[in-house]
Design a binder for this molecule. Structure first.
Ligand code: AMP
Length: 993
C-alpha cells in the first residue's frame, strides 16, 4: 500500500480560501483537523487512517482501503457526529483517488471501482449503523493506473452531493467499500447561508436558506445608524444558493439627519431636515432659524408664524396689512364695497377679507352691529374676492364698515394689531312709494275685483302687494291678503256692503306706506237674469274696448315702425322712455288681432284640433322624398337626423329630420308637432325654416333646413377665440333680427339662449326651439320655480321669474345673456353659481361682468338689456339698428372692457379695426349703393354678410339664398364681387412683398 501513501501526498489540491466565501460554512473539513480524525473503521483491517503532509508539509489525514485482491469486502468508515447548526440542506464534497482495476497486476477478480456513501440523522451521538440511509454510489471520473504511478500524474476526483431536508441536530456520514482501492483525501461538509449584510442603512442577519431550491426566505431588515424605514420596513430574500435577492423598501436617515457616505450625519445649525423623502439637510427658509444641531424643523423669528399645513420649506409669514383703495357704491339699500389687496400680504397667498358692519345710531349715540337681517353676497367672512355686496340695509341710515384682511396666520398673531380700513356710507333707498289709485272692477254680491298701478317710485323690484280691507265703520277688525299681481278679486264679502280697501307694495327694502282709503260697495242680491244681462253688457263693452285698443295700437305700432326706419336712416340709439304697457299686452295676449301690414303669430292652442293647426301651417311631405343619412343629435322625442330632401320640381337640399320615436302617446304626437305649427308660421332668414312634416306615415317627422354648424353654444366652445369681433357681431345681428321678427309677430320665445340658436356653414345664426312650455320642459337648463313651471333661470328676466311676466322685453333680457355667451365663446352665464344665488344676485342689481376682450359698446348694450325696468330695455329693432351701426363703423368697437392675453384672432382684429379707423373701408351698404343695388343691403345683413371679406366669398347660389332673384341683378353683383376679389388679392400681394 506504500504507493498509495505516496500518491496522496502528491494529489493534494491547492489550498482553497473557502472561509472567505461568507455564504459557505463548513461543518466538517477533514483537512483542517490537527490531530487524529478519530473516525471509526469496521472491520479494523479495512479503512486505515494515514497521516500525510501536503506540499507545504502541513499534516493532513487520509483514509485508505485497498483490499482488491480479497473476496467479500465490506469495509465501513463512519465519521464523527456532525452538527447541522440548523442547516436544512448540507453539501458533502469528497476528494479521493481510485485505482483502475484493469491496471492491477494479477487480474480484476473482485476489484471494484466505486464506493457507497451513507448518512444517518440523529439528535444525539448514539449511532445505529443499521439505520444508515444511502446517499449515493460514488464512482471516480478518473482512476489511475500503474502507468500513472510511474508518471506521478495526479488523478484526484472531486464529487459533491447534497443532503436534505435535514431535521435533526446532527448526522453521521459513512463510506462503504466493497473491494476498491481508494484513498479518501478530504471530506468537507458544508452548508450555504445568506451572510450578514448592511444595505441602504438596513442590516440583515445571517440567514439559513430553506431546504427547497425554489423557496426564498424573507427577512426583515433592521434600520441602523439613526435611520428609519421609508414607507415600509426593508426586506430581502435569501435564496438556497446563499444569495440575497429582491430587496424591498429601504431605510433613510431620520429627520434631523442626512446620509453622507452611507451613514446618517446630524444636520448643522441653521439647517433642518423634516421629511424622510428629502435627501439632505436644507437651509432654514426666510424668517426662521434652527439654533441647535439636528433640527427637524426651523422655528419662526419673532412676529412671524407658520400654520400646520404650511410646508416646512415655506418661509414664516405674518398677517397682512389693511386692504387699500376701499370704495363704496350705494344702490338704494344695498352697498357694493370694493377694495384692492393690501400692500403687505405677509408673504402668503391665502389672503381673505372679513367685513364688520355697524349701524350708526341716530344722534351720534354710538354704533351697533348690523343684525342677522343684513345679507352679504357672497358672504361676510372669509371673502376671497375684493368686493362684496351688502343688501337689506335700512334706508337712509349711516353705516360704518370695517374691512379687514386676514391670512392663514392671522389667528396665531394675537399680538399683531389688527389693521382695518373703514368705510362710512349712507343708504338712500326708501320703501316703495304708496300706491296712488285703486280701481274697482267687476263687482258681485260677495266679491269685488280690484286693480291698481305700480307705485310711482317702486325703489326696487316689487315682490308683492298687501291688500287690507274691512267693512266700513268696522275698522277694529280687518283682513290682509297678498297678491303678486296688480289686480285681484276680493271674495267672501257681504252683499250691499261698503268696504274700505288699502294697498301697499313690498320691495326688498320693506313695505311702503298703505295707499289712501278707497271705498267700494258690493252688489245687492240680483236675479239670475239681471246678472246675466249685466255680464253681457260687460262683454260687449270689453269687445268694443278691445277693438278700439287694437286700432290705437295699430296706429302706435305703424308709427313706431316708421320712426325706426327714420332712425335707421338718421341715427341709431334707443330711448329708454316708458312704453305703453298696453301695447305689449296687445302683442302678448291677443294673437288674433292683426295690425295692418304685420303678420301675427297664431297660438296653435286656439285650434280645437291640433292636427288642423299643423296642416294649416306645415306642408305634408311624402316620405319617399327624404333619405336619412346620419344621426346628428338627440331631441326629446327622438333622434335628429340629416339627409337630402328631393321635392318634385325643386332643387335637392340638405335638411334636418326630427323624428318621433315609436310607442308615442297621442299627447306626445301633438306636443311634437306643436313646434312645427309654430315654426311654420315664420318666414325669416334668421328663423329656422320649416320645410314640412311627415304625419301620414311612421315615424312622424319634422323637416327643417339643415344647419351645418349645429347649436351656437357648442360651436363657440369648439372655436374659442377664432372669430373676429365683426364676425361675432354679425352673428348677434342675425339673432337680433330673428328676434325682431318674432316680437313683431307677437311671439314671445321664453327660452332664448345660445343652445337654442343654430349656425349654418356661412355662420348665419337662426333662432330655433319653439313651443313655449313644451320647450321649457325639454330644456335641461329650465328649473322649477317656487310658483311652479319650469324656467331657465340664468337666461330669464327677473319679472318673468318672479311673476311669469314673459314679454318681448323679457326676451330682450335673454338676448343680452346670449350676447354675453357669444362674446365669451360659450361660457356658462354666472358660472357655477346656484340658480337661487343667481336670482338673489340679479335682484340685488348684480350683473354679469363684461367678457374678456369684449368691446365696451357691446357690453353697454348687454347691460341695457338687463335693465330692471323692462320698459327701459331696448327693443329688438333698436338692437338690430345699433349692431348695424357697429358693423358699419368698426372703430366704435375698438375700446374693450378688459383685454386679456389670450391668443386669438382678436389680435388680427385689432389691427383690422385700427385699419378701418384710419382708412375706413366701404361698408356693405356703401358698396351696394355704389353699384346701384342698395336695395339689397338689408337682405345681405340678414343673410349674415356683414363685411366685404365675407361678401368676397359669395357665389351665385349664395346670392339666390340671400334673396337676390333677378338674373340681371345677380350678374351685376357677381361682377362687382369678382372685381373686389382681384382688388383684395392685389392688396394682399403688395402687403406680402
Ligand atoms: P332639438 O331637439 O331641437 O334641441 O335638437 C337636438 C339637437 O339636434 C340640437 O342640439 C342640434 O345639435 C341638432 N339639430 C337640431 N336641428 C338641427 C338643424 N336644423 N340642423 C342641424 N342640427 C340640428
Amino acid at each position: 500500500q506504500s504507493h498509495l501513501r505516496l500518491y496522496t501526498c502528491l494529489f493534494l489540491p491547492q489550498p482553497v480560501c473557502l472561509q472567505r466565501d461568507l455564504s459557505v460554512l463548513n461543518l466538517l473539513d477533514s483537512r483542517s483537523v490537527m490531530g487524529d480524525l478519530g473516525w471509526v473503521a469496521y472491520p479494523k483491517n479495512g479503512w486505515e487512517e494515514i497521516g500525510e503532509v501536503d506540499e507545504d508539509y502541513a499534516p493532513i489525514h487520509t483514509y485508505q482501503v485497498c483490499r482488491v485482491m480479497e473476496q467479500n469486502q465490506n469495509n465501513w468508515l463512519h465519521t464523527n457526529w456532525i452538527l447541522t447548526e440548523g442547516a436544512q440542506r448540507v453539501y458533502i464534497e469528497l476528494k479521493f483517488t481510485l485505482r483502475d482495476c484493469n491496471s492491477l497486476p494479477g487480474g480484476v477478480g473482485t476489484c471494484k471501482e466505486t464506493f457507497n456513501m451513507y448518512y444517518y440523522e440523529t439528535d444525539d451521538r448514539v449511532l445505529k449503523e443499521s439505520r444508515y440511509i444511502k446517499i449515493d454510489t460514488i464512482a471516480a471520473d478518473e482512476s489511475f493506473t500503474e502507468l500513472d504511478l510511474g508518471d506521478r500524474v495526479m488523478k484526484l476526483n472531486t464529487e459533491v452531493r447534497d443532503l436534505g431536508p435535514l431535521s435533526r441536530k446532527g448526522f453521521y456520514l459513512a463510506f462503504q467499500d466493497l473491494g476498491a482501492c481508494i484513498a479518501l483525501v478530504s471530506v468537507r461538509v458544508f452548508y450555504k447561508r445568506c451572510p450578514f449584510l448592511v444595505k441602504s442603512l438596513a442590516e440583515f442577519p445571517d440567514t439559513i436558506p430553506a431546504s427547497e431550491a425554489s423557496q426564498l426566505v424573507e427577512v426583515v431588515g433592521r434600520c441602523v445608524n439613526n435611520s428609519v424605514p421609508l414607507y415600509e420596513p426593508p426586506r430581502m430574500h435569501c435564496s438556497t444558493e446563499g444569495e440575497w435577492l429582491v430587496p424591498i423598501g429601504k431605510c433613510v436617515c431620520k429627520p434631523g439627519f442626512e446620509e453622507i457616505s452611507g451613514s446618517c450625519q446630524v444636520c448643522k445649525m441653521g439647517f433642518y431636515r423634516s421629511q424622510l423623502e428629502s435627501s439632505a439637510c436644507s437651509k432654514c427658509p426666510p424668517h426662521s432659524v434652527a439654533r441647535q444641531m439636528g433640527a427637524t424643523a426651523c422655528s419662526c423669528e419673532d412676529g412671524y408664524y407658520k400654520i400646520d399645513s404650511d410646508p416646512p420649506s415655506m418661509a414664516c409669514t405674518r398677517p397682512p396689512s389693511a386692504p387699500r383703495n376701499a370704495i363704496s357704491n350705494v344702490n338704494e339699500t344695498s352697498v357694493f364695497l370694493e377694495w384692492s389687496i393690501p400692500v403687505e400680504t405677509g408673504g402668503r397667498k391665502d389672503i381673505r377679507y372679513n367685513i364688520l358692519c355697524r349701524r350708526v345710531l341716530p344722534d351720534g349715540r354710538g354704533l351697533e352691529e348690523c343684525g342677522p337681517n343684513v345679507r352679504f353676497l357672497p358672504r361676510r367672512l372669509g371673502l376671497s374676492n375684493t368686493s362684496v355686496m351688502v343688501a337689506d340695509l335700512q334706508s337712509h341710515t349711516n353705516y360704518s364698515f370695517l374691512l379687514e384682511a386676514i391670512n392663514g396666520v392671522s389667528e396665531l398673531a394675537k399680538d399683531h394689531a389688527k389693521q382695518y380700513v373703514t368705510l362710512n356710507v349712507t343708504t338712500n333707498q326708501a320703501a316703495p312709494s304708496p300706491v296712488s289709485v285703486v280701481r274697482k272692477g267687476h263687482t258681485g254680491k260677495s266679491s269685488i275685483a280690484l286693480s291698481w298701478a305700480e307705485p310711482d317710485r317702486p325703489n326696487g323690484i316689487i315682490l308683492e302687494y298687501e291688500i287690507k280691507y274691512f267693512e266700513k265703520e268696522q275698522d277694529s277688525s280687518y283682513t290682509i291678503i297678498k297678491s303678486k299681481e296688480t289686480e285681484m278679486v276680493v271674495e267672501g264679502l257681504k252683499p250691499s256692503s261698503v268696504y274700505i280697501f288699502q294697498v301697499r307694495a313690498r320691495t326688498s327694502a320693506g313695505y311702503g306706506a298703505f295707499s289712501r282709503r278707497f271705498e267700494f260697495q258690493t252688489s245687492p242680491y240680483l236675479t239670475a237674469t239681471s246678472e246675466r244681462a249685466q255680464a253681457s253688457i260687460i262683454a260687449v263693452a270689453i269687445t268694443l274696448a278691445l277693438v278700439l285698443l287694437a286700432v290705437v295700437a295699430g296706429f302706435l305700432l305703424s308709427g313706431r315702425l316708421s320712426q325706426c326706419c327714420l332712425s335707421f336712416i338718421r341715427r341709431c340709439g334707443y330711448s329708454k322712455a316708458k312704453q305703453d304697457p298696453e301695447e305689449e299686452k296687445m302683442h302678448f295676449h291677443n294673437g288674433h288681432i292683426k295690425f295692418p301690414g304685420v303678420r301675427t303669430y297664431i297660438d296653435p292652442l286656439t285650434y280645437e284640433d291640433p292636427n288642423q293647426a299643423v296642416h294649416e301651417f306645415a306642408q305634408e311631405i311624402d316620405v319617399s322624398c327624404i333619405s336619412i343619412e346620419r344621426i346628428i343629435g338627440a331631441g326629446e322625442f327622438g333622434e335628429v337626423c340629416s339627409g337630402p330632401l328631393r321635392l318634385p320640381g325643386k332643387r335637392e337640399i340638405q335638411v334636418a329630420i326630427k323624428t318621433l320615436k315609436a310607442g308615442y302617446t297621442e299627447q306626445q304626437r301633438r306636443d311634437f308637432l306643436w313646434e312645427a305649427s309654430i315654426m311654420g308660421q315664420f318666414n325669416h332668414p334668421n328663423i329656422i325654416r320649416l320645410e314640412g312634416v311627415v304625419t301620414k306615415s311612421k315615424p312622424v317627422m319634422i323637416i327643417t333646413e339643415y344647419m351645418e354648424n349645429g347649436s351656437l353654444d357648442t360651436f363657440l366652445k369648439k372655436n374659442d377665440g377664432q372669430f373676429t369681433v365683426i364676425q361675432l357681431v354679425g352673428m348677434l345681428r342675425g339673432i337680433a333680427s330673428g328676434m325682431r321678427y318674432l316680437s313683431d309677430m307677437g311671439y314671445v320665445h321664453r327660452d332664448l339662449a345660445a343652445r337654442n340658436i343654430l349656425v349654418n356653414s356661412n355662420l348665419v345664426c337662426k333662432v330655433s326651439d319653439f313651443g313655449l312650455s313644451r320647450v321649457l320642459e325639454d330644456d335641461a337648463e329650465a328649473a322649477y320655480t317656487t310658483r311652479g313651471g319650469k324656467i331657465p333661470i340664468r337666461w330669464t328676466a327677473p319679472e318673468a321669474i318672479a311673476y311669469r311676466k314673459f314679454t318681448s322685453a323679457s326676451d330682450v333680457w335673454s338676448y343680452g345673456i346670449v350676447m354675453w355667451e357669444v362674446m365669451s365663446y360659450g361660457e356658462r352665464p354666472y358660472w357655477d353659481m346656484s340658480n337661487q344665488d343667481v336670482i338673489k344676485a340679479v335682484e340685488e342689481s348684480y350683473r354679469l361682468p363684461g367678457p374678456m376682450d369684449c368691446p365696451e359698446a357691446l357690453y353697454h348694450l348687454m347691460m341695457d338689456c338687463w335693465q330692471r325696468e323692462r320698459s327701459s330695455r331696448p327693443k329688438f329693432d333698436e338692437i338690430v339698428c345699433l349692431l348695424d351701426k357697429f358693423i358699419r363703423n368698426p372703430c366704435s368697437l375698438k375700446k374693450l372692457v378688459n383685454s386679456s392675453h389670450r391668443v386669438s384672432n382678436l389680435l388680427v382684429e385689432h389691427a383690422s379695426v385700427e385699419g378701418d379707423c384710419g382708412t375706413r373701408s366701404k361698408t356693405i351698404g356703401e358698396w351696394l349703393d355704389s353699384i346701384k343695388m342698395g336695395r339689397y343691403t338689408e337682405l345681405f345683413m340678414e343673410g349674415g354678410y356683414s363685411s366685404l371679406e365675407t361678401v368676397a366669398q359669395m357665389t351665385s347660389e349664395d346670392l339666390r339664398r340671400v334673396g337676390v332673384n333677378l338674373a340681371g341683378h345677380q350678374k351685376k353683383i357677381i361682377t362687382s364681387i369678382q372685381e373686389m376679389r382681384v382688388h383684395m388679392n392685389s392688396t394682399n400681394s403688395t402687403v406680402n412683398i
